[in-house]
Design a protein around this ligand. Structure first.
Ligand SMILES: [Zn+2]
Length: 461
């Protein structure tokens, strides 16, 4: 009791020092006031426990060596030998610290502390924190790895300090976040669920079948299709991630308080013309699908700013068939990915893209087919979790700003079953999904500390 009162008074003293921060705090005053109240009333233990940033740095460097190409980028596609090695390294790291490791049906790794669990009420659902360790091809060392290893560092500190919390804590590695087989597969399997027939239809970037690779890696497809968590299994969740964009660094802000994850959609556009001889067919009589594809590539990026300043459109894959240098292209397949943070504007963006592509096809005399996935609506982050993150940032004397996530994350699935929040730290030059992806070590430490403070705040609220 005595020590609790002592900690409480010490916190109050820190809070009184915050007036100087308000000038540079881009969070509106109302939120600031709420944050302080939350800090005073519901985050017992906050500020007392510090992460070991050196250990976290070493973990990030070590994980960043697994699956590294000679040229510098990382290849850890999910369930590849490199991903399997990284997962085993992570599990070894956990067990060496005395933590309990479980792997669920789809391959998510879920880690708890036997010491912290003995000191809390394990009948209450746990607070979750985690991210992913798979990467895109030729990816970077911070996307997913930061949130995964920072969550592990937080759990280790809770374990080492024998913190008495009101709820258990779990750190998590989600399987196949980057969509080698299906985007956010691990978090979707435990929230919305996946069927066995869907799993059997999945193929990877290398053309392999999910069921073959998953079984070879020791997985059980029957169990994978039966991974949905019972209702109320997660109390709340928070994920630390690199911003993957330039905003925080450009504005000199330490922490991004994620307001929500953008809505997104897309699919494939197919333009069909006529294959002809490249030497004998006059330009005036051609039906060149390649020229149509070029017009689409030029036009679509221009649509985004007409919808909103946050909307983005990307055509990342173009295939021309039959693919001969002396043949007029008959068919063009173009991938489209579009994103927008405002719910009402996602549909507006999609309609504008469709109208533009229809007009281009007609202008070039090409047949058109569009196969678009149903759009995924934007997902707001939970207000209470955001307030607890905000309180932690203020208490640590760091700067913050509200920011939407332009990238998809497992948190968008977890948010459908539990209050969920996300914390961003700056990406150097805004670079991500490339070997140059990097975050300053100070920012890594700041983000991990705010993550720990938030986990404690959530566990004790
Ligand atoms: Zn990620």
């Amino acid at each position: 009791m005595e020590s609790t009162r002592h900690r409480f008074m010490w916190r109050c003293q820190r809070i009184n020092d915050f007036s100087a921060l308000d000038d540079r705090d881009p969070i509106p005053q109302r939120r600031s006031w709420w944050c302080r109240n939350i800090l005073l009333t519901s985050t017992r233990g906050l500020l007392m426990t510090l992460i070991d940033s050196r250990r976290l740095t070493e973990d990030l460097v070590r994980l960043g060596e697994i699956g590294r190409r000679v040229a510098g980028g990382l290849d850890r596609s999910s369930f590849s030998p490199a991903d399997t090695a990284a997962r085993q390294w992570y599990i070894d790291r956990c067990t060496r610290s005395g933590l309990d490791v479980q792997v669920d049906g789809i391959g998510n790794i879920i880690v708890g502390s036997p010491i912290a669990d003995a000191l809390t009420d394990t009948d209450r659902p746990p607070v979750w924190s985690g991210s992913h360790i798979d990467t895109v091809p030729n990816g970077g060392a911070f996307d997913g790895a930061l949130g995964t290893l920072a969550a592990l560092e937080c759990l280790r500190r809770i374990h080492e300090e024998k913190l008495v919390l009101d709820r258990p804590v779990r750190c998590v590695v989600y399987a196949d976040e980057e969509g080698n087989y299906a985007h956010l597969l691990g978090s979707r399997a435990i929230t919305g669920g996946v069927t066995r027939s869907e799993l059997e239809s999945l193929t990877g970037r290398d053309g392999d079948r999910f069921v073959d690779t998953f079984t070879a890696a020791g997985g059980d497809v029957e169990r994978a299709a039966d991974s949905v968590l019972p209702e109320g299994a997660i109390d709340s969740s928070v994920e630390l991630h690199i911003e993957q964009g330039p905003v925080l660094e450009a504005q000199g802000i330490d922490i991004g308080l994620v307001t929500g994850i953008v809505g997104l959609g897309g699919g494939t556009i197919t333009l069909r013309g006529q294959a002809d001889h490249a030497g004998t067919t006059p330009m005036s009589t051609r039906k060149d699908a390649g020229v149509g594809a070029g017009a689409v590539l030029l036009a679509l990026p221009g649509i985004a700013p007409m919808v909103s300043d946050r909307a983005v459109v990307t055509c990342g894959i173009v295939r021309l068939l039959p693919g001969g240098s002396n043949v007029v292209p008959e068919t063009a397949h173009i991938s489209v990915d579009f994103r927008e943070p405002t719910a009402e504007l996602v549909g507006v963006l999609e309609s504008a893209i469709i109208a533009e592509v229809e007009s281009i096809a007609a202008e070039h005399g090409l047949d058109l087919e569009m196969e678009f996935e149903p759009t995924v609506p934007p997902v707001p982050m939970d207000e209470e979790v955001r307030d607890i993150i905000c309180a932690a940032v203020e208490a640590r004397g760091l700067t913050q700003m509200s920011i939407p996530s332009g990238a998809g994350h497992d948190s968008q699935n977890i948010s459908t079953v539990a209050p969920t929040g996300m914390i961003f730290v700056p990406s150097i030059g805004g670079r991500s999904h490339c070997p140059e992806e990097e975050t300053r070590w100070d920012d890594v430490g700041n983000g991990a500390q705010i993550l720990l403070d938030t986990i404690i705040g959530l566990a004790n609220r």
